[in-house]
Design a protein around this ligand. Structure first.
Ligand code: C5P
Length: 226
């Protein structure tokens, strides 16, 4: 199974000048925790990381420290996550028929979650890892007036990994570029093209490190694990 890791973002919402994936968690860069889990997965055999060229020296240092047994390639990212994934799809080795995509910022995903997703992807064209939401979710307009309260039992919070047949996902990305769709995950492109996306049960601890609070929570969880 091939894995693409979008890692070409910035640290804006983290209030950091640098790519947040280079911030440290228990003394190691965030990205190295993500990569360690992917390296430990039994199903993943090839990893591509999409990054900004100015971060490549730091990514190479992380790889040197990890000394992975799997082939890992650095791929130039884009100005949006969607564009970074598009670039990653073009860089997949010939013959790659299924791919998992996992945000570098989800550094607490376990090797078992990758393996479970890879196994499930053998039986469907597209899937996302997700968990049922615990909060009641409100739809709010520009004036911050609540417009709707969707039935909670139908709401799931999407995580990554997300997995797809490569040929189909490439078609969906091409359709998105043509029609100007801007989305925040790959499943949304699949959905817009009318293709089915299956749910695989995610992990509550699989948080996306976005703000300084997430960084503190992630450190707490990693400490509990060790
Ligand atoms: O900003 P956010 O955390 O939602 O980004 C999700 C993932 O997408 C992160 O791992 C980030 O590095 C990546 N990303 C990317 N290319 C961009 C923007 C974000 O690969 N241009």
């Amino acid at each position: 199974m091939h894995l693409l890791i979008p890692a070409a973002g910035s640290g804006r919402r983290m209030g950091s000048q640098r790519n947040k994936l280079l911030l440290t968690l228990l003394g190691k860069p965030l990205l190295s925790w993500t990569l360690a889990a992917a390296e430990a997965s039994q199903q993943i055999s090839w990893i591509g990381i999409m990054g900004q060229p100015e971060d490549f020296p730091d990514f190479e240092a992380i790889l040197k420290d990890l000394s992975p047994k799997k082939p890992i390639e650095l791929i130039q990212g884009g100005t949006t996550r969607q564009e970074s994934v598009y670039n990653g799809l073009q860089a997949l080795p010939i013959g790659a028929d299924r791919v998992l995509i996992h945000d570098g910022a989800r550094c607490l995903a376990t090797p078992e979650l990758f393996d479970r997703s890879a196994d499930a992807l053998l039986g469907c064209p597209g899937l996302i890892v997700a968990i049922p939401v615990k909060d009641t979710i409100k739809v709010v307009d520009e004036a911050r007036i609540v417009r709707d309260t969707p039935e909670r039992s139908h709401l799931w919070a999407a995580q990554t990994p997300q997995g797809f047949e490569v040929k189909l996902l490439k078609q969906c990305h091409e359709a998105g570029r043509l029609k100007g769709w801007e989305v925040t995950d790959d499943a949304a492109l699949f959905e817009k093209c009318g293709l089915p996306v299956r749910i695989v049960k995610g992990e509550e601890t699989n948080l996306k490190v976005t703000t300084p609070v997430d960084l503190a929570l992630a450190e707490f969880i990693l400490r509990q694990r060790s």
